[in-house]
Design a protein around this ligand. Structure first.
Ligand code: S3P
Length: 173
């Protein structure tokens, strides 16, 4: 099985994914890291050099590559992965894939992204907290329609990491 973690930037996909993989004795792949290693460029540099459309094509390509070649893996997608091309359909139609949406509140995302926005090209230009908050509110509203198609949704609000992982394992098995 491939367990796919879906959610907005800074919703905990990579942190939770790493712990979950260890607990299940699965491999862990972070799609952004996979792209950076295979393309030998940071996500920031890919956006700068070739633009977002190029990045989205690579994202789709590597998502399909992982689905075709890996098993017993926890895969953390990028925040935008489910929202482009046929990616979400691919996630839902692949028989060996189970998807989990880590749902976080706008407030929690804003707080986390305030200190982590530099490596995220879509938001690195936003300087004040209110700009960030307005952008994320609108962006999340557009994206929720994709995220909420996941097989399971976990409300991460008021849950610590172990509680989130416990809930995922309950849903999976
Ligand atoms: C993006 C999210 C990022 C990364 C890229 C674009 C997005 O991944 O793929 O900067 O469109 O939301 P994280 O969700 O891991 O930050």
């Amino acid at each position: 099985m491939i367990v796919v973690l879906i959610g907005y930037m800074a919703s905990g996909k990579s942190t939770i994914g790493r712990i979950l993989a260890k607990k299940l004795s699965y491999n862990f792949i972070d799609l952004d890291d996979y792209i950076e290693v295979t393309e030998k460029k940071s996500i920031n540099d890919i956006f700068k050099a070739y633009g977002e459309i190029y990045f989205r094509k690579k994202e789709t390509h590597y998502l399909n590559e992982i689905f075709a070649n890996k098993n017993n893996t926890v895969l953390a997608l990028g925040g935008g992965t489910p929202c482009y091309g046929n990616n979400m359909e691919t996630v839902l139609k692949s028989e060996h894939v189970t998807s989990i949406y880590l749902k976080a509140t706008i407030d929690c995302i804003v707080k986390r992204l305030e200190t982590e926005k530099d490596k995220r090209p879509l938001i690195s230009h936003l300087s004040s907290r209110s700009e960030l908050s307005e952008f994320i509110g609108k962006h999340l509203f557009e994206r929720v329609q994709f995220y909420s198609k996941a097989d399971y949704t976990i409300d991460t609000n008021n849950k610590n990491k172990s509680e989130i992982i416990e809930k995922i394992i309950l849903d999976l098995f």
